[in-house]
Ligand binder design. Structure first.
Ligand code: GAL
Length: 693
């Protein structure tokens, strides 16, 4: 009896936790659903039915609308018009298409900004933005918040219970450079008061004793403006960045909570973030009320001019990273915008290689996406995005090459759905190399504020370790400090400058319990305000890494640092921590030139049942780092692969997916029981192969 009760309770707990995760919105059997952005407001009403029918014919499963349509929803203040949207939603429903509706906040109507110019955000010369663009409002404006609440409420009341609407996107690619408007200044002071309580605490955190930067009270504080100032406190700058992204996150949370008052539990809420890089003005992990996040990506917009055709295919890293990053935020994720063809906004906008769009789609699938979508259905005939391809061309009906590649992908996904087997467990060899990368925006921003060498690239350092993990065939999650590390075999901690004792202890425990930890240069020398420790350099991590970080050195562009590791010589050029291992710690690599020749660059120490490796050096090629990381997996008995750069292989829901971003074909080494479902054993360039084992 007791057993039965316990079983029932456990079952209930599972159902409850399942129902709390975003997975509840998506049926696993469907794997992913593919949709397209449609702008009915750009086209005559007489064409809507034809367009919707053609969208359905190509196999799309939903349309995405209205993120820029405020002026159509509320042509005059308080006068709403949703008849046009009703009509398109009816047409979608009749053609078995679902709808993603968006809140139209990126584009305030002219009447609003004319009546209240104070809602504009201000740049670093204190100029307000103007009408005729988008994303031009201040996320700190209470007036904008009021108008937002009104329009979002109207939308929520009208469509919140409409079962043709599957979910909501908030705004569009929410991101902000620092806003210097009076509203933002006011909110910054409030934010600081809440964070620090007293002006003394603020002065201390900002290191304001330096250059007599002291404030007497919060009213004197302004958002630090780097354009006007020399040598601004990095602590103040870090806070202004934190404030800025938190304002943005709060404005998204406000929209989500407003929607939530009226919408059905079956409708989800998310937003579509731009590709992450250095110094971005958003942090997907800082919102609290969104069900999941999605990303937008345009792989071929004039990048990668290395003489190969990769300028037409993009590189593997952005999509691999975006998949792993966004999946890590809430467990499920979507890809809202994926380039359908040539774009218009790059410095040079080449045609994508035939097959590239198809490969990108499968690449987003490989990471586990629940939603795929593309910007946009029709190529525009007017407006700032002329020359931007759509799923159909300028005549509004003829599919572009990318459009046909979308259709092909959709057909293939439908085929795969039939093969889906809920009982199939993930392969042991894949699970056994599960890797977490600990990373926060704050750490990236902080490195960016004082790089110490023009050769340091915070985001690129992080990406290097992602690429190494992928070359070993490891599935990766990007985790934050509150994650449960015990789900992983390996924890990478790249250039993690800002630490406190709690995170050091947590990493130590993970190792002691059998985890493999890899820390890299620039880790642990600052507290969370970005102050150096009043201790030896990076001393709080000495016990963890079993070594002292004596000092660091930086190499000039035309000078090579040299290192020897396991009999192989390596060059290093960006950053070198010079280490002194304690007794019992192995020295895996040594500097062989410069005045510290003979000293250690890489250490490894046992911690309980696990190990901690410290890779103190950053190189352009990443060869040394890769060899050191490979050793960690090998020593721990974790079987790995050896994929070349540009080959990404992932597993999801019973399917293996390989993509090829190199300029040559790639011969996959498949087991005898592999059954190929899409593509061939030899991956073309670009190409995709999907198989089951
Ligand atoms: C995205 C944006 C879309 C559209 C697209 C053009 O960044 O979210 O609205 O402008 O770029 O490629």
């Amino acid at each position: 009896m007791l057993k039965k009760l316990l079983f029932a309770l456990a079952l209930l707990a599972t159902i409850k936790s399942y129902s709390q995760t975003a997975q509840r919105f998506f049926s696993k059997e469907k794997l992913t659903q593919t949709g397209v952005y449609y702008y009915p407001e750009h086209w005559p009403e007489t064409q809507w039915e034809r367009d919707i029918k053609n969208i359905a014919k190509l196999g799309f499963e939903y349309i995405h609308m209205s993120e820029f349509a405020w002026a159509f929803m509320e042509p005059e203040e308080g006068k709403y018009d949703f008849r046009w949207l009703d009509k398109v939603i009816d047409l979608a429903g009749k053609n078995n298409l679902k709808v993603v509706l968006c809140t139209p906040t990126p584009t305030p109507p002219a009447w609003l900004v004319t009546k209240h110019p104070e809602v504009f955000l201000q740049n670093n010369i204190y100029q307000p933005m103007e009408h005729l663009s988008r994303g031009n409002y201040s996320t700190s404006s209470d007036i904008y918040k009021e108008y937002t609440e009104k329009i979002v409420t109207q939308l929520a009341k009208r469509y919140g219970k409409d079962n043709r609407v599957m979910g909501w996107q908030l705004d569009n690619e929410p991101a902000r450079d620092i806003d210097f408007s009076p509203a933002a200044q006011e909110k910054f002071r409030e934010w600081l008061k809440k964070k620090y309580g007293t002006i003394d605490a603020l002065n201390k955190a900002w290191g304001a004793a330096f250059w007599s930067n002291m404030y007497n009270n919060f009213d004197q504080v302004r958002i630090p403006n780097q354009r006007l100032l020399y040598g601004v406190s990095p602590h103040a700058l870090l806070d202004s960045k934190r404030f800025s992204v938190e304002q943005l996150a709060a404005s998204l949370d406000f929209q989500a909570q407003t929607l939530r008052r009226y919408i059905s539990e079956k409708q989800w809420i998310m937003t579509n973030y731009m590709t992450i890089g250095n110094n971005v003005g958003y942090d997907p992990s800082r919102t609290k009320h969104l069900d999941f996040t999605s990303y937008t990506n345009y792989p071929a917009a004039g990048y990668n001019d290395n003489g190969s055709k990769s300028f037409r295919m993009g590189s593997m890293t952005p999509l691999t990273f975006s998949n792993d990053y966004h999946r890590s935020v809430k467990g499920v994720y979507g890809v809202m915008e994926l380039q359908p063809g040539q774009v218009n906004w790059g410095p040079i906008n080449p045609q994508p290689e035939p097959g590239a769009v198809h490969m990108w789609l499968w690449h987003t699938f490989a990471g586990g996406t629940s939603l795929n979508c593309t910007y946009r259905y029709r190529q525009p005939l007017y407006g700032s995005e002329l020359y931007h391809y759509g799923i159909v061309g300028t005549d509004g009906v003829t599919p572009s090459r990318g459009g046909l590649e979308f259709a092909q992908y959709i057909t293939e996904v439908n085929k795969l759905r039939k093969q889906y087997n809920a009982k199939k467990a993930a392969p042991q060899k894949y699970v056994a190399r599960k890797t977490a990368i600990l990373s926060t925006m704050d750490n990236l921003w902080d490195q960016d504020l004082q790089k110490q060498t023009t050769q340091w690239n915070p985001f690129e350092h992080l990406m290097k370790y992602l690429r190494i993990a992928k070359a070993l065939g490891a599935p990766v999650d990007f985790v934050r400090e509150d994650a449960d590390f015990s789900n992983y075999k390996v924890l990478m901690v790249p250039a993690y400058q800002l630490v406190d004792q709690a995170i050091i202890t947590k990493i130590q425990k993970f190792a002691e319990n059998g985890g493999q930890v890899i820390l890299t240069c620039r880790t642990g020398h600052k507290d969370k305000n970005g102050h150096l420790w009043e201790a030896k350099w990076a001393e709080p991590i000495y016990k963890l890494i079993g070594a002292e970080v004596q000092f660091f050195d930086l190499m000039m562009p035309n000078t090579e640092g040299k290192i020897s590791m396991a009999g192989t010589e390596y060059n290093w050029n960006n950053w070198g921590d010079i280490l002194k291992p304690f007794a019992g710690t192995e020295s895996l690599a040594k500097y062989t030139n410069q005045f510290y020749a003979g000293q250690t660059a890489v250490t490894k120490v046992k911690q309980g049942k696990g190990t901690v490796t410290y890779i103190g050096v950053d190189t352009d090629t990443g060869d040394l780092e890769k060899a050191a990381v490979r050793k960690v997996y090998a020593d721990a008995g974790i079987a790995t692969e050896d994929y070349p750069a540009g080959i990404n292989v992932e597993y999801r829901d019973g399917f293996w997916v390989a993509v090829n971003y190199t300029s040559q074909p790639f011969n996959l080494n498949l087991p005898a029981n592999a059954k190929i479902l899409v593509g061939e054993k030899v991956l073309p360039s670009p190409g995709v192969t999907v198989w089951t084992e």
